[in-house]
Every structure is written in structure tokens, then in C-alpha cells.
Design a protein around this ligand. Structure first.
Ligand code: GDP
Ligand code: MG
Length: 440
């Protein structure tokens, strides 16, 4: 009842949907948070305007206000913008994979070169590092020392050779030695510099890298945007490493890099030690940049409650025997929201320990297949599963659309009918509520 009251009250005050008027304060908070996190001003403006336009009209879930709901949407969009999942390193079809490191001086290129080499070896990929920074007296030695420390070979020709030549020969040597991945460390300057760019471009031309990683210091702040633009326009990057994330920077540079280059952040550096490298996780970074963890938790809890309400509606439908493919899809999504199938199976009394990981995996694959097939159905077919029992041509169309075979669709349809019959029996009979722990 209080829930219904809440939604009626919201409607009265124009708070049931996100509108221009009801998120003014949240908008200000979000902008301030992003700027405080050192996201470039231009990037903030463009991003916030885009999210705002998208969010208008979105339903506000019970228990939160429009501003809070908006912040959650911002967080989701931030995560999406930064790539949703972790982007792995490139791997060339024929070894060696060549990685070119680029970035300003002092950002952590040389350190990151060693960190990457160590990371690769942990993935059973052999590595070699190439020292082309001939300008700073100690730079070559620095890489050699790191190489000794982690027992990874370093190729160098001292400080008198030409960097392009060193890179070329280094990659040739790696090929000869059957090395999996060769990482070319380069010289940086304190600022964007035409000579540095020209040399990088030449090295790139000479070694044809599979990956050009821009190394960006997380403390760079507003400048990260210009920096990325220059490197991306002049050299072309395929990804970035954000270093010094162990400091108190909120990491807004990540958003600038991503927004401007369109390329993913692949790793973050979290310390001076060679082990201090972590894969980049967009969701974690989004929350760190936004810095509004409390609001996010609140909205997530509220949303879970909505999912439960959904589940209850579903239960009613089952009892009334109106369960269709749409409901089925919703239910599988609900299961996904709640975690893996494995997690759910283990919550069912008596199930824990009875199912092997293999079986669980099969179950999850099966769910994905089913989802793909249902997505290829028309609205009408989803509402009326009977249409499919009687029409081979419909089933064929769905098979083609989803990339499965006719017999897979036929099986889905007949399984679904059986399930529905069973559900009806359970719903009306002595077997108790289906699917909620009892009745098995
Ligand atoms: P390069 O000039 O780009 O090659 O930068 P270096 O690799 O020589 O690193 C410059 C300084 O930053 C060194 O003192 C490193 O120890 C330090 N550094 C590099 N990465 C990180 C990191 O992720 N966290 C911290 N705290 N320091 C780092
Ligand atoms: Mg260096």
C-alpha cells in the first residue's frame, strides 16, 4: 500500500518520470562531480547533455527521487561509454605481437612496459622489451634494470643508435627468438612536441604495431583531452594505460581518453612496483569518477525491489495460465540480474552440490540459445506460442533469424508448451507454488 501511495504522490508532484525540471539539482551535482574528477570540461558538457536527453521521460522507481534515478542512469552510461567490459590486449596471428608505448615523459611508460611484460608472462606469453629512449642518459639502463628484475630480455643498442633502427632490429630479434610479444618503449617529452611525434610515427611505420598504447598519468587532469587528441590524430592509438591510479585522482582522465579517441583503457597502474598493474574495469571506474556510491547503492536496492514486484506479477500470470514467451524472456533476464544460473540453483534447497559446474555451464548456454530464438520471434508469436506449434514456416524463419536449426526451434516450442501445462497443473493443483522453493 505504501508503495502505491508513494507512486501516486510522485505522480501528483510530477516526480514519477524524469523531466527537465525535476533533475536540475542532480544535474549540477553530476557536473560538479565530473569536473572534480578532472574530466575535461568539454567532455563533461557533451556527455551530460547526451545523457540528459536520453534520460528524459524515464520512469522513476519507487523509493528514490528523480535526481537519484538520474545519477544511476549517468553511472550506467558512463560505464557503457568506457566499454562495459575489460578490453584485452591484441594478439597478432603470427608472432610476435608488437606493442608500441607512447606518452609524455614521466607518465610511466618505462614502468608500464615492464609491468605489461610481467603480465604477459603470467598469461604464458613470452615477452621482450626494446629500449629506444636514447635521449635521457639513464633511460636505457632503467629498462635493463627492470628486465633483470623480472627476468625478461631487453633489446638495446646503447644511446648512440637511431631509435627507429633500434625498434626495427628489436622486433626482428624477437621474431628470430620466437618471442610472443615485443614491447617497444619510447622516449617522451614534457610536452607535446613535433619531433617526438615525428619519431613515434617513424617507429610505428617501421614496426607496424598491433597495439599502440597511450600511457596517461591519472593526475594529468584537464590536459588529458588535448594530449589524447594529439597522439590519436598524429599516431593513432589502439588503447591506453592510465597510471598512478594509486594516488587520490578520481580518474576522470579515463573518460576524456575514451570519449576523444574512442579507444579503450586497457590497464591501470596502481603503484611503482612491477606487479602494480590491473585490468581496467569500466564499471568500477565509472563509480570512482562519479564518486556517488551511496546514491548508486540506494537506487540499485530500489530497482531490485521492482524486480521482485515483477516476479510476483509473473507468478500471478502463471496461475492464470497466461504465461507467454515475453514473460519467459523477462524471467530469464530476471535470473540474469540475480546473478548466474549457478548462484540461483545453489539457493534452491537440496540443490547445492548436486549439480556439476559442467551442467551449470550447459544450462547457461541453453538459456542464451533460448533467448536468441525468442528474440527472433514477432510480437504476436511471443504472445501466442500456439502460432508456432502449427506453422513450420514460422519456425524456419525464427531458426534462420537466430542462427539455429529448425529442430532447435521445434524443441523450444514443444518444451515451452510442456512447461506451460506443467505450470498450470502446479498452479491449480496440490503441488504448491511453482519455482519458489517448494513443489520440487
Ligand atoms: P616514463 O618517463 O614515461 O618512462 O616514466 P617512468 O616509467 O620512468 O615513470 C616515472 C615515475 O613514475 C617513476 O618514478 C615511476 O616509479 C612512477 N610510476 C609509474 N607508474 C606508476 C604508478 O602506477 N603509480 C605510481 N605511484 N607511480 C608510478
Ligand atoms: Mg621512460
Amino acid at each position: 500500500l505504501s508503495e502505491r501511495f508513494d507512486s501516486a504522490w510522485k505522480k501528483l508532484r510530477g516526480q514519477d518520470k524524469i523531466s527537465e525540471a525535476n533533475i536540475q539539482e542532480a544535474l549540477r551535482d553530476v557536473r560538479r562531480a565530473l569536473l572534480e574528477a578532472d574530466v575535461n570540461l568539454q567532455v563533461v558538457k557533451a556527455f551530460v547533455a547526451e545523457v540528459q536527453a536520453q534520460a528524459l521521460g524515464a520512469e522513476v522507481v519507487s523509493g528514490v527521487n528523480p535526481g537519484q534515478q538520474f545519477i544511476k542512469i549517468v553511472n550506467d552510461e558512463l560505464t557503457k561509454l568506457m566499454g562495459e567490459t575489460n578490453a584485452p590486449l591484441a594478439k597478432a596471428e603470427t608472432a610476435p605481437t608488437v606493442i608500441l608505448m607512447a606518452g609524455l615523459q614521466g607518465t610511466g611508460k618505462t614502468t608500464a612496459t615492464a609491468k605489461l611484460a610481467l603480465h604477459l608472462r603470467k598469461e604464458s606469453r613470452s615477452a621482450m622489451m626494446v629500449a629506444t629512449d636514447v635521449y635521457r642518459p639513464a633511460a636505457v639502463d632503467q629498462l635493463i634494470t627492470l628486465g633483470k628484475q623480472i627476468d625478461i630480455p631487453v633489446f638495446d643498442l646503447g644511446t648512440d643508435a637511431n631509435p627507429v633502427e633500434i625498434a626495427r632490429q628489436g622486433v626482428a630479434k624477437a621474431k628470430e627468438d620466437g618471442i610472443d610479444t615485443v614491447i617497444v618503449d619510447t622516449a617522451g617529452r614534457l610536452q607535446i612536441d613535433p619531433k617526438m611525434m615525428a619519431e613515434l610515427a617513424q617507429i610505428k611505420e617501421a614496426v607496424q604495431p598491433d597495439e599502440v598504447l597511450l600511457v596517461v598519468d591519472a593526475m594529468t587532469g584537464q590536459e588529458a583531452a588535448n594530449l589524447t587528441r594529439s597522439f590519436h590524430e598524429e599516431i593513432g592509438i589502439t588503447g591506453a594505460i592510465l597510471t598512478k591510479m594509486d594516488g587520490d585522482s578520481r580518474g576522470g582522465a579515463a573518460l576524456s581518453v575514451r570519449q576523444i579517441s574512442g579507444q579503450p583503457i586497457k590497464f591501470i597502474g596502481v603503484g611503482e612496483k612491477v606487479e602494480a598493474l590491473q585490468p581496467f574495469y569500466p564499471d568500477r571506474m565509472a563509480s570512482r569518477i562519479l564518486g556517488m556510491g551511496d546514491v548508486l547503492t540506494l537506487v540499485e536496492k530500489a530497482q531490485e525491489a521492482v524486480d521482485i514486484a515483477d516476479a510476483e506479477k509473473l507468478q500471478e500470470k502463471i496461475l492464470e495460465a497466461k504465461f507467454d514467451f515475453d514473460d519467459f524472456l523477462k524471467q530469464t533476464r530476471l535470473m540474469k540480474n540475480m546473478g548466474s544460473l549457478g548462484g540461483i540453483m545453489k539457493m534452491i534447497p537440496g540443490m547445492a552440490g548436486k549439480i556439476s559446474d559442467d551442467q551449470l555451464q550447459q544450462g547457461e548456454t541453453q538459456l542464451r540459445r533460448v533467448e536468441a530464438m525468442i528474440k527472433s520471434m514477432t510480437k504476436e508469436e511471443r504472445k501466442n506460442p500456439e502460432l508456432l506449434s502449427s506453422s513450420p514456416s514460422r519456425r524456419r524463419r525464427i531458426a534462420r533469424g537466430s542462427g539455429y536449426q529448425d529442430k532447435d526451434v521445434s524443441k523450444l516450442v514443444s518444451d515451452f508448451q510442456k512447461m506451460r501445462t506443467m505450470m498450470q497443473q502446479m498452479g491449480s493443483g496440490q503441488m504448491g507454488m511453482p519455482g519458489m522453493g517448494g513443489g520440487f
